[in-house]
Write a new protein. Structure first.
Length: 219
């Protein structure tokens, strides 16, 4: 375990659990990094949102929004386009969840097993993995890790449909509760289910705290 100040890259998928990044998961990730005495830089792709929802009615709205501009709300404007990401500048990568991950960072929500990943996102994941640097993925974000890297161990909570999809492509899926993490030591991957389950915010906070601490130990 290192004692130096580490640099986390945090990739956001917009703002809001239904069409962007899950706000609780995102903020608790940033809090966990800061409490541990380390630094973070938020990133998001500068692309249109796949959809915009009314959070009161769950109906789609005829609006156009930008993933980077929306994610800037969570980051308090301190965010960079994902195209600016440079692997050498960071020690750890973390991806909070939210439906925006499955719509904006990849097409899992629409295409399932035939999903594609936004090239910027895939490049980011591959670069960190190739460099042997730890990667954390929360909630639905492990779909990206499992799709890009294939032979990894991840958790989707207890979602057997998603488990089955990624088991076919070589991933090992481990059922876990919101307070738990799944560690793939060989690939330096850590995942936690968060709101893949009907969880309380205190439960996901515990899982995220454990994930951040484990990632730090892997450096």
């Amino acid at each position: 375990m290192t004692t130096k100040s580490l640099r986390f890259a945090v990739v956001l998928a917009g703002c809001g659990n239904k069409d962007g990044a899950e706000i609780h998961e995102s903020v608790l990730t940033l809090l966990g990094i800061d409490r541990a005495g380390h630094q973070y830089q938020c990133f998001a792709p500068d692309v249109p949102q796949a959809r915009v929802l009314n959070f009161l009615t769950n109906e789609e709205m005829p609006q156009k929004r930008n993933v980077l501009l929306e994610a800037a709300r969570i980051a308090r404007s301190k965010i960079k386009p994902l195209s600016d990401f440079v692997q050498e500048d960071f020690d750890i990568l973390v991806m909070p969840g939210g439906s925006g991950v499955a719509y904006n960072l990849c097409t899992f929500a629409v295409d399932g097993a035939k999903m594609t990943v936004l090239p910027q996102v895939e490049s980011c994941v591959r670069a960190m993995h190739k460099a042997g640097k730890p990667i954390g993925a929360l909630c639905i974000s492990p779909v990206i890790i499992a799709h890009v890297l294939k032979n990894v161990s991840v958790t989707f909570g207890k979602d057997e449909k998603i488990n089955a999809i990624f088991q076919k492509s070589g991933a090992k899926t481990v059922n876990a509760d919101a307070r738990s993490i799944v560690i793939d030591q060989d690939n330096k991957i850590v995942t936690t289910p968060c709101y893949m389950l009907d969880a309380r915010i205190s439960e996901i906070s515990e899982g995220i705290e454990k994930l951040i601490q484990q990632l730090i130990k892997m450096v």
